[in-house]
Every structure is written in structure tokens, then in C-alpha cells.
Design a protein around this ligand. Structure first.
Ligand code: SER
Length: 320
């Protein structure tokens, strides 16, 4: 990785990854791209090379790759699970056709490619506990369909065309910098904001629903460490299970109560997002990632909660 183009750079992962990559690889070696300018991201847009690029337009993509002499694409442009159920056509178009374009450029221009998959690539017939690296994948959302197909397509481009494709199955990602947009795991981000602002939160996910989660600094490390890993060690290139913790709404609420004693949790379950959550694993087995590229997350629920609340207090200017 020397000249890195990030798609979806103003999204949940991209807006933080660009900052980290610029620290490691140099500001001018990281090209942030997004299909549109988003309000509130002016500082990021002005902090280094930025191009308006739509992943579904291969000509626009190719121009940006050539202009900046890119050797790596980190393809983060995607529609998440709940939003994808509201608009399956856009979900297919961006997640699938966007990835196809990225892979085609990878083949033509010999690029290294990172694509995130997700716990959404699993479905109700997948073993729910300690979900193995290789197991049944019959997801019931359009998001999941695009993620499984994407994993297979990345494997195909590696085997058939020797494109250096790599990827992980991310769980729900939690951060204080940027908000997720339209995911099923988003409750685990919103809860921190509302706990600080109102000392209460109404969860759209039911009590007892366990899902895998990860704090953003670990997710960013996962991307960099996998992309820098010795390729001869990689067996599962494109779909490594990775996780840092697994919890249900009561557990995160109880952890928050240790810091905000009068915090109260309520429930108003959204049947659509609950059905998606119920179809996903309770906890992943990430031993392949640990063995093949030394995956080792730093934050558990306790450490993440402490850091989230500290950082958000400053960001939201809350002193009590
Ligand atoms: N966080 C994502 C979602 O909820 C899962 O990959 O859609």
C-alpha cells in the first residue's frame, strides 16, 4: 500500500480510516473519494486529496485511479442492512456493481483491494454461537446477499486473475467520531449519545439479542494489519470472521450505568430490524484471523464504554 484510494470516505468507517491512513502513509498518498459532498465533513475534505467519485461509474473510478497513480483501493462505499431493506435496488447497485467495478480496475491495473464483508453475510440457518469461519451462509437481507456474493467475487478475482483481494466480516462498529447510517447494530452507538444527553435510551433491538460488536480503533487496525499481512499466511483472504465482543442491550446498558448511575433503558422494538438481528450470529469464532494475521482486538465492552463516554462528553460538551 503506497497510494491508497478510499471509496465511501465520508461514511462511518471511511471518515476515520482516511485520517489514520494519512498518519501512517502520508497525507498525499491517501485519496478520499465519495459520491457526494456531505455537510459536516469540510475539515476531512480539505485535509488532503479528495475526489467526487461514484463507485457505480467505472470511468470516474478509473480516472481517479490513473490521476493519483493508485495501487490500492479500500472499497467502503456500501448501503447497510436496514437501509438496504428499504431500498434493495440501490443496495444491490452500490454494493455489488460498485464492487465489480473496483475488482475490474484491480484486474486491469494490478491493484490491491480491501472489501469489508459483515456478520450480515450469515442467516437464520447459520450456527448462532461461536459461528465458524466456514459455515452455512443463507442470509435473508439484500445486504447479506450482496455481502456473500461479494466475498465469492473477491475470491474469484484472486483465484482467476491473481488480484490481491482481502477482507473481513465486520460486526457492528461503534465510534464517537461518526454515526452509522441505516444499520441494525446502530443502537449500540446511539445508546451512548442518548445516555449522555438524556440519561435514557429506547432500544429498537429487544432484550436478550446478542450480536458481535467492535470499537472503531480495532476495526481500523484490522484493515491496516490485514492489508499489510504476509500473503503467504492467508488462507481465508476475503471473509475473515473478526470480533471484539458480543453483548445484548441489557449488558451495554449495565455497563453504561457504571458511569451514569441514573441511566434508564426502555424498549420499543422495531420488528424489521429485530428480524435482521435475530437472523445474525450471537458470537463469531475469529480464530482464523488470529492465526493467519495475528488479529488481536484491544477493546472489550468495559474498555470501549469508558473511552466512548469520555470522548463523547468532550465532543457533546456535557460536564455532569
Ligand atoms: N453494522 C452493519 C449493519 O447493521 C452490519 O454489518 O448493517
Amino acid at each position: 500500500m503506497e497510494k491508497i484510494l478510499v471509496t465511501g470516505a465520508l461514511g462511518q468507517i471511511g471518515s476515520e480510516l482516511v485520517v489514520k491512513l494519512r498518519e501512517i502513509y502520508g497525507t498525499n498518498n491517501v485519496i478520499a473519494t465519495n459520491r457526494r459532498i456531505k455537510e459536516g465533513y469540510e475539515a476531512l475534505i480539505e485535509s488532503g486529496p479528495f475526489e467526487i467519485v461514484d463507485v457505480i461509474d467505472i470511468k470516474e473510478m478509473a480516472q481517479a485511479v490513473d490521476k493519483h497513480k493508485v495501487d490500492t483501493i479500500i472499497n467502503l462505499a456500501a448501503i447497510l442492512s436496514a437501509k438496504g431493506e428499504k431500498d434493495p435496488t440501490s443496495c444491490w447497485n452500490i454494493n455489488m456493481n460498485g464492487l465489480y467495478n473496483v475488482l475490474e480496475l484491480g484486474r486491469e491495473k494490478r491493484l490491491q483491494i480491501f472489501t469489508p464483508s459483515s456478520i450480515g453475510a450469515f442467516g437464520p440457518s447459520t450456527p448462532q454461537d461461536n459461528t465458524p469461519q466456514n459455515t452455512i451462509q443463507r442470509p435473508t437481507t439484500m445486504y447479506g446477499v450482496t455481502k456473500v456474493a461479494g466475498e465469492l467475487l473477491c475470491d474469484y478475482y484472486f483465484k482467476k486473475f491473481n488480484v490481491d483481494t482481502r477482507g473481513v466480516r465486520f460486526p457492528g462498529l461503534i465510534s464517537y467520531e461518526s454515526l452509522p447510517g441505516g444499520g441494525t447494530t446502530d443502537y449500540a452507538v446511539h445508546i451512548y449519545y442518548e445516555a449522555l444527553k438524556y440519561k435514557k435510551y429506547t432500544s429498537f433491538i429487544a432484550k436478550g439479542t446478542k450480536m458481535d460488536m467492535m470499537y472503531m480503533p480495532d476495526a481500523l487496525d484490522a484493515i491496516v494489519n490485514l492489508m499489510e499481512a504476509d500473503p503467504s499466511r492467508l488462507i481465508n483472504r476475503n471473509a475473515f470472521n473478526v470480533t471484539a465482543m458480543s453483548f445484548e442491550p441489557e449488558e451495554i446498558a449495565n455497563e453504561i450505568k457504571k458511569h451514569i448511575v441514573d441511566f434508564e433503558m426502555y424498549y420499543d422494538v422495531d420488528p424489521e430490524r429485530q428480524a435482521i438481528a435475530d437472523s445474525w450470529p450471537n458470537s463469531l469464532d475469529d480464530s482464523a484471523a488470529r492465526e493467519e494475521w495475528d488479529w488481536n482486538p484491544k477493546y472489550d465492552l468495559e474498555a470501549m464504554t469508558k473511552d466512548m463516554l469520555e470522548k463523547l462528553r468532550v465532543k457533546l460538551d456535557i460536564n455532569d
